[in-house]
Design a protein around this ligand. Structure first.
Ligand code: FES
Ligand code: FES
Length: 170
């Protein structure tokens, strides 16, 4: 019996130490938000955070996760209130949805270490997550809206400056 800390909660798991973490999450703990895609570390559908770093849970023996902090899509926000989850809805990112929990976990991992990523940073961080529905432009826009960069930068807050405007709304 081994103890796994997932989303801040300790779970007792009785399984072969070589069983992939993804199997433990889905088949033993019934945490099915993390998806199975390729099973070979190639598509990113199974991405979770391992001590804050995005990892492919299909390729991680669960015994390696003993003593680590594992975060799954269920732990990003229990109520869907994580800024990225809200941005995903606002930008209508998901199509079939199958890749999206992995996409969100990779995006969340990026913003944890790089709150203001460049276009290149975003593309590099997300390139391992495959979307057969082609939602990449919407994903990039949603990440930018949370990061406050690029064309989706939030509108400027009103200031106390009373200088008359030189032109109309832009
Ligand atoms: S299912 Fe893990 S990378 Fe594809
Ligand atoms: S939304 Fe369908 S695979 Fe990405």
């Amino acid at each position: 019996m081994a103890s796994l800390k997932i989303n801040g909660v300790e779970h007792q798991v009785d399984a072969d130490p070589n069983m992939p973490l993804l199997w433990v999450l889905r088949d033993i703990l019934q945490m099915t938000g993390t998806k199975f895609g390729c099973g070979k570390g190639l598509c990113g559908a199974c991405t979770v955070h391992f001590n804050g770093t995005p990892m492919r849970s299909c390729s991680l023996p669960f015994a390696v996760a003993i003593g680590a902090e594992i975060t799954t899509i269920e732990g990003l926000s229990a109520t869907g209130e994580h800024p990225l989850q809200k941005a995903w809805i606002e930008h209508k990112v998901p199509q079939c949805g199958y890749c999206q929990s992995g996409q969100l976990m990779s995006a969340a991992g990026l913003l944890l270490t790089n709150p203001k990523p460049s276009d290149t940073d975003i593309q590099q961080a997300m390139m391992g997550n495959i979307c057969r529905c082609g939602t990449y432009p919407r994903i990039e826009a949603a990440i930018k809206s949370v990061a406050g960069v690029g064309i989706y930068q939030p509108k400027a807050q009103p200031t106390t400056d009373t200088t008359p405007s030189q032109g109309g709304a832009k």
